[in-house]
Design a protein around this ligand. Structure first.
Ligand code: ZN
Ligand code: ZN
Length: 122
């Protein structure tokens, strides 16, 4: 399957105290495709990750209230305020599967959120 590799068209934002940037403000940080559709630019001051969208698959937001699986008695079970959810929920990925691992700080429950919504077929 042929796929054109195209580095993200996204400027690298250096940290304020980055020595590389201080030495040369025009420096351009090269992008590396560390795995399929996952681009990474690494500078001395930090690393930037960019994930390419995959066809018509939509990257899911692990904080989306629609994907949450709180305990029924959780006082935040119906919470939809993104700002609240960002504080309440802890998101991890890289557990080996194609999903986030989201845990709720209030009801102590965790659930999986796939990286991508199911592709709509037809
Ligand atoms: Zn830098
Ligand atoms: Zn909860």
């Amino acid at each position: 399957m042929f796929r054109r590799k195209r580095a993200p068209n996204k400027p690298f934002m250096h940290a304020d105290d980055c020595k590389i940037y201080a030495a040369d403000p025009t420096v351009s940080i090269p992008w590396n495709e560390v795995e399929a559709r996952h681009w990474q630019a690494a500078c001395q001051c930090g690393v930037l990750d960019v994930y390419e969208p995959v066809g018509d698959r939509v990257r899911l937001d692990p904080l989306d209230a629609k994907t949450s699986r709180h305990m029924p008695q959780c006082e935040f079970a119906n919470e939809t305020d993104p700002a609240m959810l960002r504080v309440l929920l802890k998101v991890q990925d890289g557990r080996g599967g194609d999903y986030y691992w989201v845990s709720c700080g209030a009801c102590d429950t965790a659930w999986q959120v796939p990286f991508y919504a199911e592709a709509s077929v037809g």
